[in-house]
Design a protein. Structure first.
Length: 697
């Protein structure tokens, strides 16, 4: 008899990647094979549209290089030579090593995980339970948004902000430090709709990105000077009385102190600091203030580029002060949005079980931004024990962590036991002692929040795991069993974990439950359209805090100020003598951080590592378009192909990132020259606070 064909079915899923759009997916499955991934046309945020990356998600799942079996290292660390083993041997090897290290000091064990999946289940649930029970060190997840999150919290409280679905109703949209064509295509669609309806669109970015090119105005300030521009806007708003006095009186604290602070930030001083004209400062402030006084909604969409310099947290704080001054929060389409993540009421403790951590043990937290230094540290009273075992999942630190030469040296330690859970043999996987095949989003269950919209999401497994791949949760269940952890929570299924992800008793979520979510795929939180029209901020005062007592208590300046970059001509002229060019490395359109770099169709579209530099800087260095150039500083160097373009302002070079090292001609990427210094608050990375020199290779 011939095989029986099974009718195709549509499975509801979610894009798991580190992107604010968190798209609702429809996966077409036939005979157990995923044939196609499409955007859900009924989901108001997705609208049936996917980015070029996720539209090709089946290429990722069925990629010929997928890791399908457990392996152990047989070559030197970093060589990437492995041989296949069985799951029993892999789990026994890992458990045995962890028991050995734990017997000396469990704090010597460290996880390194981040947003390879944004799922609440596969991201950090069973893994957190396992590591808590073990008594391992904690990882501070700072690599993306911690600086801005801190600045936002001090000023406005929880990260809620404007509902992205109101964007098209704004009359002025300021895109501050972002390139949504590459990083938030659904937001950009709404921006285009607002533009058609007569809205003015302004981009603030050192680089004329794809998005900035399509805005009415582009203000190309120097990297790390966003806080100064916001201070200048406040100066003009106050001086010209472009203010909503009623909103200020009722829903803010510290206006008089703010007024005194910003008095010194004249347009001329700001222009000098930011490398722009005084007219640009005045014009921007008037555009913002006068429109608000006419009752027109104005929206500031911040993105993460703003915060990746020394004063990144303060920059976000200063920008967050602006909507309150002009009463922009009164409108559903007004205010500001950095992240919507705090809108969601998650059961983090139920998922992670911090109560499992042994009460008699001390705790230690390692900042993921400084992993290069930390892996090379010896034991000390200040640091604690040397890191002896590392479990990496949902991340690729050898490619993405700053000051890459140190990161690679740390991972190359022969006395460091490293386990990597992965889909592919990444730069980090090359350093693993045991390499474990993980499932992709089409092969497991998950629950998702979003940091760009207000929908809870459910991901159903569309197909069976490929080869012998296992979900993150199942791998940590097996490890827990091998380690003798017998608490009932280690036996909970992914379905049981997903059902605990959200608090369905809360007023924002009680209209639905996990079963309904699985069936429909998504459900919007019940929240006011204009969340802060009448105040209600979650700061200690319940108001916008121009003056923050909490910041004073934490040893920070309690008022908006400017914190200069670590590395710039103004702040470090001696360093700038040797390395006169500022460098930023924003994400390439066809990659997502280091995800998708190995999908050949996307890599072919991106071409090869490029460095954009201004014609003036190219002429001064005798560099022609298409030349291979060396970008270097005291930390390291990498090679890229020069693109001579006025998209980069004079004195700035731009290396769109982040490439896997193994796909670069010199096996290096932009993180060779970035540094491990952290931001003013939140302990975030300073990827865009870098001085370099460039020469023909």
């Amino acid at each position: 008899m011939g095989s029986v064909s099974v009718p195709s079915q549509i499975v509801r899923a979610v894009c798991p990647h580190d992107c604010p759009d968190t798209c609702a997916l429809l996966v077409k499955v036939e005979n157990g094979v995923a044939l196609e991934v499409k955007g859900d046309p009924d989901h108001p945020s997705t609208g049936g549209v996917l980015c070029t990356k996720v539209a090709r998600y089946t290429e990722r799942t069925y990629h010929p290089d997928r890791l399908l079996y457990p392996q152990k290292r047989v070559g030197k660390k970093g060589e990437g030579k492995f041989e296949r083993i069985g799951w029993d041997e892999a789990i026994a090897t890992i458990a045995g090593k962890l028991q050995e290290v734990s017997a000396r000091n469990p704090l010597s064990i460290l996880p390194y995980n981040y947003a390879g999946t944004m799922g609440l289940v596969q991201g950090d649930s069973m893994s957190a339970r396992f590591l808590n029970k073990l008594g391992a060190s904690f990882l501070d997840g700072t690599i993306c948004a911690s600086a801005g999150g801190a600045g936002y919290k001090y000023t406005l409280g929880d990260r809620i902000g404007t509902d992205v679905e109101q964007t098209q109703n704004a009359r002025l949209i300021i895109i501050w430090g972002g390139n949504p064509i590459a990083s938030s295509v659904h937001f950009w669609t709404r921006v285009q709709e607002a533009k058609r309806k007569g809205a003015k669109i302004i981009a603030i970015d050192p680089y004329r990105s794809l998005s900035a090119e399509k805005c009415h105005q582009h203000i190309a300030l120097l990297p790390g000077t966003d806080a100064a521009l916001a201070l200048g806007m406040m100066h003009v708003l106050i001086k010209e009385d472009l203010l909503d006095h009623d909103y200020i009186a009722n829903y803010t604290v510290g206006f008089e102190q703010l007024k005194q602070r910003v008095a010194e930030w004249t347009p001329e001083k700001v222009a000098q600091t930011c490398g722009i004209s005084a007219d640009e400062v005045i014009g921007l402030a008037r555009e913002y203030g006068e429109g608000a006084l006419r009752g027109e909604p104005s929206l500031i969409r911040m993105n993460y580029g703003v915060q990746r310099t020394h004063g990144g947290g303060m920059a976000v704080r200063n920008i967050c002060c602006l909507p309150a001054l002009v009463g922009a929060w009164r409108h559903a389409a007004g205010g500001a949005l950095l992240s919507s993540s705090s809108s969601f009421v998650k059961n983090s403790d139920a998922l992670k079980r911090p109560d499992l951590f042994p009460a008699h043990l001390p705790q230690r937290t390692i900042n993921m931004t400084t992993i290069g230094d930390d892996l090379l540290r010896d034991a000390s009273p200040e640091f604690g024990p040397r890191i002896e075992a590392l479990i990496v999942y949902n991340s690729n630190p050898v490619a993405i962590a700053p000051e890459s030469p140190k990161v690679a040296r740390g991972f190359g330690r022969e006395d460091l036991f490293t386990v990597v859970l992965e889909h592919f043999q990444t730069d980090t996987a090359d350093y693993a002692d045991i390499l474990l095949p993980a499932t992709t989003q089409l092969e497991h269950i998950d629950a998702h929040a979003s940091y760009g919209h207000r929908y809870m999401m459910a991901n159903n497994a569309a197909i069976a795991p490929m080869g012998e791949a296992k979900s993150n949760t199942e791998i940590f269940r097996l490890l827990a069993k091998a380690m003798g952890f017998n608490e009932a929570c280690f036996a909970e299924s992914d379905e049981e974990l997903a059902a605990q992800a959200f608090n369905f008793e809360h007023e924002r979520t009680r209209h639905t439950n996990w079963e309904d979510l699985k069936s429909k795929g998504w459900s919007k939180l019940v929240m006011p359209e204009a969340s802060f029209a009448q105040g209600g901020f979650t700061t200690p005062s319940g108001k916008v805090e121009f003056f923050s007592q909490q910041m004073a208590d934490d040893g920070l300046d309690p008022l908006p100020t400017f914190i200069p970059p670590y590395e710039s001509k103004a702040s470090n002229p001696e360093l700038a003598q040797r390395y006169p060019l500022a460098m930023i490395s924003p994400p390439a359109r066809n990659f997502l951080n280091s995800t998708f770099v190995n999908v050949k169709s996307l890599r072919d579209t991106e071409g090869e590592p490029h460095l954009d530099l201004h014609p003036e800087d190219a002429v001064a260095r005798s560099i022609q378009n298409g030349d291979m150039v060396r970008i270097f500083n005291d930390r390291g160097s990498f090679v890229a192909k020069a693109r001579i373009t006025e998209k980069a302002r004079p004195g700035l070079v731009v290396g769109l990132s982040i490439w896997w090292k193994k796909f670069a001609s010199d096996f290096k990427n932009a993180n060779e020259v970035t540094n491990q210094k952290v931001t003013d608050m939140g302990g975030g990375p300073t990827f865009y606070d870098v001085l370099v020199q460039v020469e023909r290779a």
